[in-house]
Write a protein that binds this ligand. Structure first.
Ligand SMILES: [Zn+2]
Length: 516
């Protein structure tokens, strides 16, 4: 009651003020609307409501209406809302609120002293007159239970068979259970039923068959480290290194606990220290063979030639030579040789079945890279990278060692799901906070996660396309300790042999990986 009186006084004062300004002689109780036309009222602006769409049965609210009046100078005129008349679809509303109580589209304006505000639109829907249509976006691809394939849904709200543009509160239900997310991914294959529900109405039900993740027979590759003139490695260290290589290839290595590539895959390749030596006896230190060379330092050509003194039959072993004191262009690099395949694959040499090794197919680990945490990557990460080359993978960027090319039109690693970038541009950015960031040749910013990139990379992902290349090498690569070459998980019975040095041995350049 008190409030009302105060308010009336305020209006009265307001009217008197107008009279003072306009020079009227007596207070005439005109309708308040009429007074403004005598003043400098220039514009009315109606406040936008927080939302446009309201639902009967849920949103039984009164929406406060509010108009601001401006004079010709654009100054706000103090305007009690009682003096404004509000109209909904040209019908006067009693009071200063809009009641959500019947379905329809409502155009609302405020009027004052002959001025009309701009219009706000409020839509009131009866949920009983709406239907929900649930569909999947990009449904062309098969959906796999790999934890990374993601279904994105679209819910259309329909009224009389037409889509209406409306924000509708709904939840997604999967096999009857409410989801918190609007997307769906899973590691469990099977048949899933999806439905959207909200405000008491349910959408159509979608049934989606989630396929089992692509799996392959696990291939276990026995590894032999040949330490030339060095005694750094131990059986324990080799076991740990091969375990970490296995983690990398089983999609489990993630030292930084960083986000993986969305296409990160398990390659079903494992590594373990070779247990049997060339003579058919157990190695005293699994995976380790020490030998000496009269040379004390090695160019890449020296190592190339020398490796044939300890090139164990690659059908039984993945050879990793550890050379100390590398000199020349490779001083800070490790390197590897690509495989030869019997069935062609982009970028790889092809040879006929039965071709004998004519280059030291395997990995050359720089003695400097055996320390536990080298700046350009940990030893196990360097080995996972070099094994990637030996299994048919290229650098994700165009180049090797310290020579990089600019963006080319051809994808340098033949894998469309690994972005490539201009390594020269990357190297010129010395901001330490940008180390893991790349700008792809397509102009997209991303974080480097791939094992086949150089530092700095999160080193936690091989992608689907890389998996296909590695599995092609497993299936068609010569000289690998793989099932196709008679190795049953590397446990071939009996003696093995050294690879005979070709009489006409020619130097073949490897893929070189600079670690600074
Ligand atoms: Zn490399």
């Amino acid at each position: 009651m008190k409030y009302k009186i105060q308010f009336s006084n305020r209006i009265l004062g307001f009217l008197l003020g107008l009279c003072f300004l306009t020079g009227c002689e007596k207070v005439v109780p005109l309708a308040t609307d009429d007074f403004y036309r005598f003043d400098k009222l220039n514009k009315l602006s109606i406040k936008k409501p927080a939302q446009i769409d309201y639902f009967l049965g849920t949103d039984n609210v009164r929406i406060p209406l509010n108009v601001t009046a401006y004079d010709q100078q654009g100054k706000v005129i103090d305007t009690p809302q009682e003096v404004v008349s509000f109209y909904s679809n040209n019908v006067k509303i009693s009071g200063e609120t809009f009641s959500v109580d019947k379905e329809g589209n409502f155009a609302i304006v405020g009027k004052l002293a002959g001025q009309v505000s701009d219009t706000i639109f409020i839509r009131v829907w009866d949920p009983a007159s709406l239907t929900l249509s649930l569909s999947v976006l990009d449904s062309s691809n098969a959906f796999y239970a790999n934890g990374t394939d993601t279904l994105k849904f679209k819910v259309d709200v329909m009224k009389e068979n037409r889509i209406v543009d409306i924000k509708f509160p709904y939840n997604l239900f999967v096999n009857g259970k409410e989801q918190t997310s609007e997307t769906f991914s899973t590691t469990v294959p099977g048949t899933y039923k999806f439905q959207a529900k909200g405000l008491g109405i349910s959408s159509n039900e979608l049934t989606i068959n989630v396929l089992p993740k692509t799996t392959y027979a696990v291939v276990r590759l026995p590894v032999i480290f040949h330490e030339i003139n060095t005694t750094i490695l131990t059986a324990d260290r080799i076991r740990k290194l091969t375990e970490d290589m296995t983690r990398a290839y089983r999609n489990q290595y993630n030292l930084n606990q960083a986000q993986k590539d969305p296409n990160a895959e398990d390659l079903f390749v494992e590594f373990y220290p070779a247990e049997i030596g060339l003579d058919g006896n157990r190695l005293s230190a699994p995976g380790l063979h020490r030998t000496s060379s009269p040379k004390t330092s090695f160019t890449s050509a020296d190592a190339y030639s020398d490796s044939f003194n300890s090139f164990w039959d690659p059908a039984n072993y993945l050879n990793i030579w550890v050379y100390p004191n590398i000199t020349g262009d490779y001083a800070n690099s490790s390197w590897a040789y690509y495989p030869n395949v019997t069935v062609p694959m982009d970028g790889l040499p092809t040879s006929l079945e039965g071709t004998k090794p004519f280059y030291p197919y395997g990995i050359f680990l720089n003695g400097n890279h055996v320390s536990i945490n080298y700046e350009g990557g940990r030893t196990e990460e360097i080995l996972a990278h070099e094994a990637g080359h030996a299994l048919g993978l290229f650098h994700v960027f165009d180049g090797n060692n310290t020579n990089f090319n600019t963006c080319t039109s051809v994808d340098p690693d033949y894998c469309f799901d690994t972005p490539y970038y201009n390594r020269n541009n990357y190297a010129s950015n010395t901001d330490p906070t940008q180390r893991y960031k790349r700008i792809s040749c397509a102009g997209v910013a991303y974080i480097s996660t791939n094992f086949m990139d150089y530092y700095y990379t999160e080193n936690n992902s091989f992608t689907t396309e890389q998996m296909k290349r590695v599995r092609h090498t497993i299936n068609y690569g010569l000289w690998l300790p793989s099932p196709r070459n008679g190795s049953r998980s590397g446990r071939k019975n009996g003696r093995s042999s050294l690879v005979e040095r070709p009489a006409d041995l020619r130097y073949i350049e490897p893929v070189i990986c600079s670690m600074r």
